[in-house]
Design a protein around this ligand. Structure first.
Ligand code: ZN
Length: 134
């Protein structure tokens, strides 16, 4: 498996407009892409930061995964995403190593990326996303 870089850090927020006040108005990061991914019941906002990005995640529904995360843990850091050269190959390798996967097959994420999540029980408690952008 070839990890190219940290693609982005995912941060769960109650409201992207509220989050924007810190990440953009104060820190000066620029909101580049805002997109709703209906299957995941989430709206995402990406703020490029050097060679990586910050992703704010706002739930579109009280039963979405981001809403459930905030209910349990509160707003804040939610996942780290590594960009990989070949996501199918990475998932096959992780499965062979016995790593619990949330997604055994890549699915479509924001920005047309292919993404897959590893289970936090396999990573010491951190939700890890793999993503491939072609
Ligand atoms: Zn992400």
């Amino acid at each position: 498996m070839e990890i190219l870089k940290i693609d982005h850090l995912g941060i769960a927020v109650n409201s992207i407009d509220e989050g924007n006040k810190f990440w953009s108005d104060i820190l000066g990061l620029k909101l580049e892409d805002k997109e709703t991914v209906e299957e995941q019941k989430v709206t995402t906002a990406f703020y490029p930061c050097g060679d990586s990005e910050v992703e704010l995640l706002e739930s579109t529904s009280p039963d979405g995964p981001v809403a459930k995360f905030i209910e349990k843990k509160g707003q804040g850091f939610q996942h780290v995403a590594f960009r990989v050269a070949d996501i199918e190959e990475a998932l096959a390798e992780l499965e062979e190593k016995g790593v619990a996967l949330i997604d055994k097959k890549p699915r479509r994420g924001a920005g047309g990326a292919q993404i897959a999540f590893l289970h936090p029980k396999a990573t010491g408690g951190v939700l890890v996303e793999l993503c491939q952008r072609d």
